[in-house]
Design a protein around this ligand. Structure first.
Ligand SMILES: [Zn+2]
Length: 175
């Protein structure tokens, strides 16, 4: 009798594991299908706002902007020290806002970008960086890529690889 209970419990565990695996697989597929690499474009070159604060070095912002400008994704300008009132806006049409966020949901997430889109146009974007992560090479470049309308590419060395350890400084349009 007891044996039977143990077996059932093991089966139940296996069952739950399979169900979980199924939904995980499904979720990955949905995310993958949603991620057309260059799904959205800015109708006009956006302005980058540093609402992270002065702790984010200006050179890091300039480096990330230059990275995309030379690759055909223009940024109109950046404001290193925008007003507090400006930064209180959650989103701003035509702007990419960089923020500091100590409470990003998943502890493994270094940065996160939220986009507001309309049809195939970018309207606004918000880049949230975990405190201290701005020192990481290429992280802001990666997030800025999302803010410019790009998705992920799981090819090692690509700037838009979803895993930080696999990110490289290369960019190309995948097939
Ligand atoms: Zn990403």
């Amino acid at each position: 009798m007891q044996y039977g209970v143990v077996v059932m419990s093991k089966n139940a565990k296996l069952f739950l594991t399979l169900i979980f695996g199924f939904f995980l697989g499904l979720a990955i597929k949905i995310v993958y299908e949603k991620n057309i690499f260059h799904a959205w474009s800015w109708p006009e070159a956006p302005v980058v706002l540093n609402c992270y604060g002065k702790a984010l070095p200006e050179a890091v912002i300039v480096r990330a902007i230059d990275y995309w400008t030379v690759r055909g994704f223009p940024i109109a300008m950046y404001e290193f020290n925008p007003s507090k009132a400006t930064c209180e806006n959650e989103y701003l049409e035509g702007f990419i806002i960089i923020r500091r966020d100590a409470h990003l949901k998943n502890v493994n997430v270094l940065g996160q970008t939220a986009r507001r889109t309309q049809l195939h146009w970018m309207r606004s974007a918000v880049i949230k960086l975990r405190p201290g992560t701005y020192n990481l090479d290429l992280l802001l470049e990666h997030e800025l890529g999302h803010a410019l309308g790009l998705g992920h590419v799981e090819i090692k060395g690509h700037i838009m690889h979803p895993m930080y350890m696999q990110i490289g400084s290369n960019f190309w349009f995948p097939e």
